[in-house]
Write a protein that binds this ligand. Sequence first.
Ligand SMILES: Cc1cc2nc3c(=O)[nH]c(=O)nc-3n(C[C@H](O)[C@H](O)[C@H](O)COP(=O)(O)OP(=O)(O)OC[C@H]3O[C@@H](n4cnc5c(N)ncnc54)[C@H](O)[C@@H]3O)c2cc1C
Length: 528
Amino acid sequence: MPDVDLAIVGSGFGGSILAMIARRLGLRVALLERGRHPRFAIGESSSPLAGILLEQLADRYDLPRLKPLAAFGAWQRAYPDVVCGLKRGFTYFKHHAGRRFAAAPDRSNHLLVAASPHDAISDTHWLRADVDAFLMREAAALGAEYADEVQLESLEWDTGGAAVLRGHRRGAALCVRARGVVDATGPRGFLSRALGIGSQSFPGYPGTQALFSHFTGVARCDEMADYTGAGARGEGPPYPVDDAALHHVFDGGWMWVLRFGNGVTSAGVAVEDPLAEDLRLADGEAAWRRLLDRLPTVRDQFAGAAPVRQFDWMPRLSYRASAAAGRCWALLPSAAAFVDPLFSTGFPLTLLGIERLAGLLESGTFFGAPRDGDEPRRQVGAVSSLQAYSDVTLAEADHTAAFVAGCYAGFPRFDDFVQYSMFYFAAASYAEIARRVAPERAAVGFLRAGDPAFAPALRTLSPAGGAARRADLGARVRDAVAPVNIAGLCEPGKKNWYAADAADAIAGATKLGVAPENVAAALAALGF
Ligand SMILES: Cc1cc2nc3c(=O)[nH]c(=O)nc-3n(C[C@H](O)[C@H](O)[C@H](O)COP(=O)(O)OP(=O)(O)OC[C@H]3O[C@@H](n4cnc5c(N)ncnc54)[C@H](O)[C@@H]3O)c2cc1C
């Protein structure tokens, strides 16, 4: 391999998008992959915040071929062969072991939160085998030196400060010399091992495990009477409940069901250790069947389903490195930490990290030598150094873990989970619009991790807090999120069905510090 400026290890979507950006910045890039595309990868459900981040990265770094991946309609028009699924919102059904689910007329056992008003601008589920192969090819087409089937064995720094990566590729020795290294290999990945970076657990976070596969023949809930009962009698739900990240929630864990456009459905569970042990999750498919036997209505949904690949068992889901960057090296957020698939936090966290690293590469700060010339362009939530990048990356992971721990604690009392989840929906919807009309308002980080009022409230009101259950949880959450609630959330009258309504965002313009016309114009440009 020729000498390069930046070696990126791992060609998931994170590594490839960063490689594309680095090429646009004129850097010589090596993209090194252990496997071979196309290959299976988990982590499939996008979100509005991920969409706007993709869009803004594409605009900022002149990557027009990346931009269609930000929304379902544009994606279908530009890349009909790259498989994705339609995600109109977030659907949750609460189940009790051994009992059939029946949608309660007062909707108290389900929650529907729309993320978009119609299909064209909706979010997507990414069939990662397709998407990651596409992005890798895009990075290579922009001039990244791509090598697959690479076994990296060591990382040293030479006397000039360059990184020297050594390993093998198809039996031949491989050596890459680079001014900087980014690890995009996921949790417990390459740099964590090569640099001996320690790990630590998230305080107060439950031990959780996962089991998942891809299936054909998964029934739609909106064709099953148990789920449609409530809606069928009155108004319809705000979006088709299956064209969404659909969650079956139960005490001790939850299941995701994500449909792709090719008839395949991704499904899996994340459960706390005691339930995982009870189900003997390590058994794979047999454990999956044991879980379905406890949830009769979910079992019906999977009655005609067949797995199309083996089950993957992850004995420990969460991971947190003790550092995310050092001199001329960095871990993507997805390599530095992972909490849980709940609320699809992986994509936006990864893309936020890419945005920050791109800023450091653009200014030259990544390599310790800021480029001469113009002041770096302003960027939302920019960091000034690799140390700051590390700090904010780990702080966001800790904040996300505190939130998800609260959700797990809320599962047994579904109403607590519903109330507490409003922290996520309020912060995410605010960030999405703020990025369009008032970028500085989105600079406090993911899930408002750096907001001095919002972040402590999220922790204080957590159902995992150990305090006695708060009868006024809903009211207190409503007050805490009020300054950023521009999505009409926390309204008891809506009875757990939240449509995506432009009027809410326009009415919330003052919370963004702009005129209602600005919000209306931004939403119109978006296609709302
Ligand atoms: C069960 C589960 C479900 C999830 N669901 C969601 C979701 O719905 N929504 C969401 O937003 N996030 C989700 N996530 C998180 C999401 O998977 C990650 O945020 C995302 O995959 C990060 O992408 P990436 O490209 O950085 O890394 P990855 O997708 O992990 O890709 C890493 C790449 O590096 C390669 N690699 C690994 N080791 C080496 C090595 N030593 N040398 C060279 N190459 C190497 C791998 O082959 C792979 O190609 C989920 C995670 C899990 C575990």
